[in-house]
Design a protein around this ligand. Sequence first.
Ligand SMILES: [Fe+2]
Ligand SMILES: [Fe+2]
Length: 350
Amino acid sequence: MTAQNPNLAELDRRLAEKQISGIWRIPPGARPGDPKTKVQPYLWKWADVYDGLLQARDQIDIERGTAERRTLRLVNPGVPESEMTSHTMLFAFQLIQPGEVAPPHRHTMAAIRFILQGKGGYTNVGGEKMVMEDGDLILTPQWAWHEHAHEGAEPMIWLDGLDVPFVQSLQVISFEPYPEKRMAVQNNPYDSSAYGMGRPVTREEQKPAAPLHYRWRDIYPALKRLADGEPHPYEGYALEYVNPLTGGPSLPTLSCWLQLLKPGQRTRSHRHTSTVLYHAFRGSGTTVINGQPFHWEKGDTFVVPLWHWHEHASRSASEEAILFSMNDAPVLKPFGLYREQGAGESHLGL
Ligand SMILES: [Fe+2]
Ligand SMILES: [Fe+2]
């Protein structure tokens, strides 16, 4: 804002020369009353993603080094220059062919994999070989060495979730290729998820490890048990994947959820300062975001931007709907920046 008073304008000019700025230069009313985001609600259809992956399968040769990963990113139209799905998170889909190896590396970005299709692929994280099955969630914590390999017969597809734009905003991205072509699989006496809440007693002191592999065969029955009870007013039936060592989310920057809507079930509307990326794993439904309906079916992916009202409804009379989701609440909560408001509730603020 240019000052009307010539003396003040002169002061502003002289301060600017010294890289100093008076706070009076912020125009009145420029501070928003509510959180604002450039991220837009958007839905990506599975047919488009799948078709893109199949075409990339024929063009991208991982072995010959066209790219390290055959991955398609979901680009939010509100932040197109970043090629990210929101201001904090990235959702991408990856396809690996039988016999391929996506070379080992590590980075300061944390990643999750939610497995969608195929058999016989595995991810090696820090020497732990985790065989991927549909509906499994596999974690790659920050700076952990990891590679993907496929010993099966059909192409494998999974959903990648990362905190790339958040780490980028802190300007602490580091990336390192593994010094060798392949990572060895270690003969770990206990796999991170095989013993549930127990830990085998070993002769040598071992560092307790957080689970890296949450299996569908464990979490789905748990979700069904939850669905025997009363639904959450805004979420239907939802489980958060937890890190039992901290009681917190599965990764320090990302929380993953699995959510069930019974046939015909509808939630109430609410909004929060976290952003959520959803993937429809089963069934069909409609999510209304700030009054705009987004109809989803199995395989579709959509984003609910922060502080946007949203409610979910199942569209099937006979089939349950299951949504996998990832949110950025873990980077808000420790700083008192997480707020939520239900329809009809007053907004209490911080
Ligand atoms: Fe990676
Ligand atoms: Fe929500």
